[in-house]
Design a protein around this ligand. Structure first.
Ligand code: GLV
Length: 307
C-alpha cells in the first residue's frame, strides 16, 4: 500500500524517512515517481495531480495545507474524503504572523519606518492595546488560536464567521447580515477565511469601505479573498492606512505587481505558516490509522461547503 506525496520535494524526503521509521507498512512515493497508480491508496498534496481519476484505489486525500481550495472537489469520487492539515506547526506559524502584524500596526511601525528613512525622530501618540479593536474573519482552528493569543496581549476583540460562535472575551458576529456591524468596529481586520464560492472577492470596495476610516488589513487567507484593485483605491484615498499581505491572487506575485512597491503595503511570499513534517507527522499518522480501523478522522472537510 502506498502514499503518493506531491509537494515540496525536500520535505517529501523527510516524510519518507518518518514513515520508514514509524509506519513502514506504508510506502511513500514522491511525485512524479508514481509507480503503478493502482498501488496508491493515499495522496498527500499541496497542488494535486491534474487527474485524480488516474488512481483507481485512492481512499483518502490529505492536503498538506490548512486550506483546500486548490483541490477540484468535483473530480473526486464521493467516497474519497479530503482531510485538511491540522499541524500544530501551522497554528503556531499563523499565530506568530498575526501577532507580529497586529503589534506592528498597533505600534505604528509602518509610520516609524517611514520616519526613520526621513531621519525624523518624532513620537506618535500611543494608546494601550485595549483601545485597538481587532476583528478576525474566519473562526476555525486558526482564527480561534489567533484570538486566544491576542486576548493575552489585551486587544479589544471581535470575530466574524458564517455560523454563530461563542468565544470568551470576543464579541462574535455571524452571517452576511451582521458583517457591516462587525466591520464598523475593526481598526485592524484579519482575514483567516477559507476560500469558497461565498468568500471569493469578499474583501472588496464595499467591505473595505465599511471599516472605520484609516483601518488596516491583514490577509492571511488566500489572495482571491481580496479584490486587489479595490485595496489599492482604498489605500490611495485614505480609507485604509496600511495592508499586510501574505498572499496575492497570482503567486508568485509578478515583477510588475503594484503591491511590491506600494508604500502602504507590506508583502510577504506566503510564508505565514509552513507544514513541517516534524510536527505534522503524528496527527497525520493518527488519522491514517483511524481510517484503517474504520474510525472517523479529524479535519475531514465538508465537500459541499468546500472547507
Ligand atoms: C497555506 O496557505 C495553508 O493553507 O496551509
Amino acid at each position: 500500500m502506498a502514499l503518493l506525496y506531491k509537494a515540496d520535494p525536500e520535505r517529501g524526503r523527510s516524510w519518507q524517512a518518518l514513515f520508514a521509521e514509524h509506519a513502514p507498512d506504508i510506502e511513500v512515493r514522491l511525485w512524479p515517481e508514481v509507480g503503478d497508480p493502482a498501488d496508491i491508496r493515499y495522496l498527500m498534496a499541496w497542488q494535486p495531480p491534474q487527474n485524480l481519476g488516474d488512481f483507481p484505489n485512492l481512499e483518502v486525500v490529505f492536503a498538506t495545507s490548512a486550506g483546500v481550495d486548490q483541490f477540484d472537489l468535483s473530480q473526486l469520487p464521493e467516497h474519497v474524503p479530503v482531510v485538511r492539515m491540522q499541524d500544530p506547526g501551522i497554528v503556531q506559524g499563523i499565530v506568530e504572523y498575526a501577532c507580529m502584524a497586529v503589534l506592528s500596526l498597533h505600534r505604528r511601525l509602518p509610520l516609524y519606518l517611514h520616519q526613520q528613512r526621513q531621519g525624523r525622530w518624532q513620537e506618535q501618540p500611543w494608546q494601550p492595546a485595549r483601545h485597538t479593536r481587532v476583528g478576525v474573519m474566519g473562526l476555525g482552528l486558526l482564527g480561534k488560536a489567533v484570538l486566544a493569543q491576542l486576548t493575552h496581549l489585551g486587544f479589544n476583540l471581535r470575530g466574524w464567521s458564517r455560523s454563530p460562535q461563542q468565544l470568551d472575551g470576543v464579541s462574535c458576529f455571524a452571517g452576511i447580515e451582521q458583517l457591516p456591524q462587525f466591520l464598523g468596529q475593526c481598526d485592524i481586520l484579519i482575514c483567516l477565511l477559507p476560500l469558497t464560492e461565498h468568500t471569493r472577492g469578499l474583501l472588496d470596495a464595499r467591505t473595505l469601505g465599511a471599516l472605520p476610516h484609516g483601518a488596516s488589513l491583514i490577509n492571511l487567507g488566500r489572495g482571491a479573498h481580496l479584490v486587489e484593485q479595490d485595496l489599492l483605491l482604498a489605500l490611495d484615498n485614505g480609507q485604509l492606512s496600511h495592508a499586510i499581505l501574505d498572499v496575492v491572487q497570482e503567486e508568485p506575485a509578478a515583477e510588475q505587481h503594484p503591491f511590491w512597491k506600494h508604500p502602504n503595503i507590506w508583502l510577504t511570499p506566503h510564508i505565514g505558516a509552513v507544514t513541517l513534517p516534524e510536527s505534522a507527522f503524528a496527527p497525520l499518522l493518527d488519522n491514517l490509522r483511524r481510517h484503517q480501523q474504520g474510525q472517523p478522522m479529524c479535519g475531514v472537510i465538508n465537500k459541499n461547503q468546500g472547507y
